[in-house]
Design a protein around this ligand. Structure first.
Ligand code: ATP
Length: 239
């Protein structure tokens, strides 16, 4: 696995038929940093994440993680390069037990003492998942399913975690819990790319952000600057 690698994305473009969802987007994530992408509904946030992950057709002039060229890497192989993905809407396997969901997150790894140690770390990070390890994932609450989706992605031991709207549909209390988890992962050196409609969460969880509008970067800066920017406050924080 790559330790503390930088992600570089240059000239990312996504089309759906005639619709251009992402236009020539460029950004980088220095190893260990957390970068947020905020923007309105339909701005192109999810498409950006899926395109980085190789889940949808895209054009990109450069896509690198450390020394590795990711332009031709299939989505299922991204985990082998240290990239984890938490999809929008969680997509846990509802009919499988919690622990089985977690083990599926380690599909690219051998099952051994190290994988068992990762499972123990996930249960330490999310004690509720340990308590409910034998329950069907579909029986968990929305917040618990979000924890499970994050835990499942962590089972591949990523160096970079891509998260698509982890706060979606969660109560303010659970959004705080997600924030605490993201801050802890960051403190442990994991790089994060966080796509969110919740600007407050994003500013607190990241060091810098892109504001996207119509698939293009409308603004970028440190999260501290942006959260004090009057225009951002008016549009995204409703202040
Ligand atoms: P949301 O917060 O709703 O997920 P978003 O910022 O993530 O929004 P995207 O989902 O990336 O935005 O969508 C960007 C644009 O691409 C929108 O105009 C959307 O309607 C369009 N789009 C997204 N997915 C498809 C698709 N499968 N086919 C056609 N157009 C799509």
């Amino acid at each position: 696995l790559v330790e503390n690698a930088d992600l570089t994305v240059e000239g990312l473009t996504v089309h759906y038929g005639g619709v251009c969802a992402v236009q020539n987007l460029s950004f980088s994530i220095p190893g260990g940093d957390a970068v947020g992408v905020i923007g309105a509904n339909g701005a192109g946030k999810t498409s950006t994440l899926k395109a980085v992950m190789g889940l949808i057709p895209r054009k990109v002039s450069a896509l690198r993680f450390g020394d590795i060229d990711l332009t031709g890497v299939a989505a299922r192989d991204m985990v082998r390069h240290g990239i984890g993905y938490v999809p929008e809407g969680r997509h846990v396997f509802a009919g499988l037990p919690v622990e089985k969901n977690l083990l599926l997150g380690a599909y690219a790894r051998k099952w051994n003492a190290e994988t068992r140690a990762t499972l123990a770390e996930v249960y330490e990070l999310f004690p509720v998942l340990g308590e409910m390890r034998g329950r069907l994932a579909g029986a968990l609450s929305g917040g618990q399913q979000q924890m499970l989706a994050i835990g499942r992605a962590l089972m591949s031991r990523p160096r970079l975690l891509l998260l698509d709207e982890p706060s979606m549909g969660l109560s303010p209390k659970l959004v705080e819990d997600i924030l605490a988890v993201l801050q802890r992962l960051r403190a442990e050196g994991l790089s994060l790319l966080l796509v969110e409609q919740n600007a407050k969460l994003t500013f607190e969880a990241t060091g810098s952000c892109l504001v996207v509008e119509n698939g293009e970067v409308a603004m970028r800066g440190t999260s501290a600057e942006l959260r004090h920017n009057p225009e951002v406050r008016r549009i995204y924080l409703g202040l």
